[in-house]
Design a protein. Structure first.
Length: 369
């Protein structure tokens, strides 16, 4: 703990720099506790205090760092970690206790029942995304479609929500995450009401097997074209099927750009966050997924020079996921070289949906022109 001891007067000043006077573990201390709290470091970045009350635990960060064990303050029920964080970071995390995962009870910003979101003070705001606690149950769109796909096999539930009365279709890949972990429906409604987004119709598409369905194979997009979109048209929800935006993250971002390359009559607008452009057909057989050919399969396809003059694609990738940056940068430049209208940006995050949320709204609006 940066040279502190747990005896004498030091105990009462232990967390004072984080705004927590009092003896750690006392009733007064826990009454004042909140979290996480960041203070600046002299060499840039932040030190962030995380607190846990009870027994031994560790912090599991999503795709940003290795798990961080918590330390116990003397013989109290106060467990803590002071974590060095870079400038501009928003990250999802959870506490692990005996193999079970828990959200941070001191943090009001949740992402599902078992996760919380931390942000350094200099992380950009995410307007329109409401604060949702770990115990909150997000509302679901009223329109529910049962999709039994002949091409993909199995059944899945697809939710549809008209924003601002409905408009161009926005297909959200990994739709269950945007329904149950992050309040996309409320965020899109808020953005449209504020004039930051035109009316759209959201289609929340869940994945049954991401590695198979989001790989560069035609089956998913043939099924979307021939099965799902007709089902949406029959639902009675106002929508413009001739203007379709596909929004995807990670493998979903890979699949979205693949669809624009191979099904241009279907997909001409893409919002892609941290696309898994390292992917190649042999990617599942190598231990270092991001260490293969830069840009992977899609870079090779783009070097063939397809005409992408009808495509608008917004790329975004996290500042704090360095292995992804060369893959994304190459695909961005090759896509633009093929004639697409391209927007490229970087978010204050690692490979983490919490950091992609603002880019999702912004880039869908941009893709619609």
């Amino acid at each position: 703990m940066r040279g502190r001891t747990a005896d004498g007067e030091a105990a009462f000043a232990a967390f004072e720099e984080f705004g927590l006077p009092g003896e750690p573990g006392s009733d007064a201390f826990w009454a004042a506790a909140g979290g996480p709290v960041s203070v600046p470091t002299e060499d840039g970045g932040w030190v962030t205090l995380f607190l846990w009350r009870g027994c031994e635990a560790s912090i599991d960060f999503e795709n940003w760092s290795e798990p961080v064990p918590l330390r116990r303050w003397a013989d109290t029920d106060c467990w803590y970690a002071e974590v060095r964080m870079p400038e501009r970071l928003r990250v999802t995390y959870r506490f692990l206790v005996d193999g079970d995962a828990y959200a941070d009870p001191f943090n009001p910003v949740g992402a599902g029942a078992e996760q919380s979101i931390a942000a350094t003070p200099d992380a950009p705001a995410q307007p329109h995304w409401p604060v949702v606690g770990a115990d909150d149950v997000l509302p679901l769109p009223r329109v529910r479609l049962r999709w039994a796909s002949d091409r993909l096999g199995g059944r899945r539930t697809v939710r549809v929500h008209p924003v601002g009365g409905g408009g161009p279709l926005v297909l959200l890949l990994d739709g269950d995450d945007w329904l149950h972990l992050h309040p996309a429906m409320a965020a899109f409604d808020s953005a449209a009401a504020a004039g930051d987004l035109p009316p759209v119709t959201l289609v929340f598409l869940p994945a049954k097997d991401r590695r198979t369905e989001f790989a560069c194979r035609p089956a998913l997009w043939q099924a979307v074209r021939d099965e799902l979109l007709p089902l949406v048209a029959e639902s009675g929800v106002p929508a413009d099927p001739d203007r379709l935006v596909v929004a995807g993250q990670s493998l979903g971002g890979l699949s979205a750009l693949y669809a624009a390359l191979e099904f241009p009559e279907l997909v001409s607008r893409v919002a892609c966050q941290s696309g898994s452009f390292w992917w190649t057909p042999a990617a599942g057989d190598v231990p270092d997924l991001e260490g293969g050919p830069v840009g992977g399969h899609l870079a090779a396809r783009l070097r063939e020079g397809p005409d992408l003059s009808g495509l608008r694609v917004a790329f975004d990738v996290g500042e704090h996921e360095p292995p992804m940056l060369p893959h994304c940068a190459l695909v961005e430049s090759l896509t633009e070289r093929c004639g697409a209208t391209v927007r490229a940006s970087r978010s204050a995050s690692g490979h983490d949906r919490a950091g992609w949320r603002h880019a999702l709204l912004r880039d869908v609006a941009w893709a619609l022109g």
